[in-house]
Design a protein around this ligand. Sequence first.
Ligand code: SAM
Length: 248
Amino acid sequence: MIRLFIAETTPPFADGLIFPLNPDQARYVAAVMRLGEGDEISVFNGRDGEWRGRLQSVSKKHVHVELIVQTRAQPAAGNAPKLLIALVKRARLEAIIEKATELGAGEIQLLITRRTNADHTNVARLQLIAQEAAEQTERLDVPQVLAPVKLEAHLKTAAEILIYGDEDSTHETGERTIPPMLEALSGLGEGAVSILIGPEGGFDAVERQTLSALPNAVAVNLGPRILRADTAAISALTLYQAVKGDWK
Ligand code: SAM
């Protein structure tokens, strides 16, 4: 069954509520998926859970939906990990957004670091990618993709536990100074968590110095090889969800 995220503008979901799909969704339902009056779809809005709806007055441009029944209640907002991701090339960034949404990231903050080397960032497009991934993975919410800010500026306000992938840990000879992520997670307290992954060029010495001096920051190693930023983000989120998150 087609599953669509309905934006904030629609009134709270309730039995019999009738509302229009937005033009893109109407075209998708009517022209692409060729659904007609009486056909049913699944909708969610990030607030009122998931509902089954029946299509009313379908035309190529306009589709109205009448809500029939709630199929899943909205869970209380949990402690989903926030992903802090340094900007990387567009295709890789889009993949990171999609996978982070699938893996249950609560929010995705784009970051500008000293070695950031990225294309123009189309945040609206990235938000749509997160929405489509949320629709696909049967999430009941869509993580917000937050416009790029400078890493230093973000660190000034960040109060949550900050787990950051430090690839420098792979260059050691002999004794390991940065714990493997699993070990670091087992010693972690409760509370909101952010996972920070650096740019393709890595963090520079000043950033590494700043991070290591933060009382709420934990450097982690993601294995002996240098992972691309997208692989590092997916690995870190997977480990977090398995040990501390909603895979437990
Ligand atoms: N420029 C770095 C280098 O060549 O040494 C590689 C940076 S890596 C492509 C991008 C980011 O992924 C890093 O800043 C780090 O956050 C994370 N990362 C990659 N491999 C890692 C590892 N083995 N351990 C911890 N973090 C890693």
